[in-house]
Design a binder for this molecule. Structure first.
Ligand code: SAH
Length: 243
């Protein structure tokens, strides 16, 4: 029986892969990878390594999570070194915990290898620090994609303070999110950024306000994330990657 390495691939730029992830990818017998993991990473694998794509498009899943869990498990019965490669960090809306529990329940050894999360790195490539002295004392990473079936678990009232909010998986809900934030009392001209395909050669960031960002950014390609907060204004001075 093998070991499964639940591995973060970083947000896109291949150079943001950790040394630990690279070392295990070079040893892997099989790599099970997602849509968000940069496919160039697979070129680092040894000869004979198997590749399995289980990517999820935004809403239409290629494979249900349960089947992905089972595939990882079956791979661990066959191969010694199984790499489960996921975009960003496995624990930041990455379902890494669910996959770990599935393996735990079946007595399969596993390790987690953290990755550089898009939640911090993508704003950073756009010159937006998630914290900045004097502007914000905290930041939050929130899902912008809640199940339509159940009641919202997001405590919108709690967003009144000046902390930075990063919404992942939220582009298709951008209109709803900005309206909600205005509703709870944030100023209409409060700064917002949408960053599309961050850390990749075609990264594009659009800067606006709660009132106008939807019109400006709604057609940007995914993956994209939303940053709400006064730190967005630092983009003017700190932008570097898109220059
Ligand atoms: N585990 C991942 C996040 C998975 S959720 C991580 O830690 O980065 C997927 C969401 O992440 C996307 O919908 C998008 O909001 C964001 N995302 C991932 N990669 C991105 C990128 N290169 N640019 C912008 N947003 C990205």
């Amino acid at each position: 029986m093998g070991t499964v390495y639940l591995t973060g691939a970083g947000p896109g730029d291949i150079d943001l892969l950790t040394v630990k992830a690279l070392r295990i990818i070079q040893k892997a017998d099989i790599i099970i990878y997602d849509r968000l993991a940069n496919p160039d990473i697979l070129k680092e694998a040894k000869d004979g390594c198997k590749f399995l794509y289980v990517g999820k498009e935004d809403s239409h899943h290629t494979l249900p999570q349960e089947e992905i869990n089972e595939l990882i498990y079956q791979s661990a019965l066959k191969y010694e070194t199984v790499v489960r490669l996921k975009g960003g960090d496995p624990f930041v809306f990455g379902r890494g915990g669910e996959e770990g529990i599935y393996l735990y329940e079946r007595n399969i050894k596993f390790e987690f290898i953290p990755g550089v999360s898009s939640a911090i790195a993508v704003p950073e490539y756009a010159g937006i620090p998630v914290t900045h002295r004097g502007l914000t004392v905290s930041f939050r990473v929130v899902t912008g994609h809640e199940s339509k079936k159940s009641k919202s678990q997001i405590d919108w009232e709690s967003f009144k303070s000046d902390e930075t909010i990063v919404f992942l998986m939220g582009l298709h809900n951008l209109n709803k999110i900005t309206k909600k934030l205005i509703e709870i009392g944030k100023p209409k001209n409060y700064p917002v950024a949408v960053i599309s395909r961050g850390t990749r050669p075609d990264e594009k960031s659009v800067i606006g306000t709660l009132e106008d960002i939807y019109e400006k950014a709604k057609d940007l390609p995914t993956p994209a994330l939303i940053v709400v907060g006064r730190v967005v204004n630092l983009h003017n001075q700190l932008k570097w990657f898109e220059k």
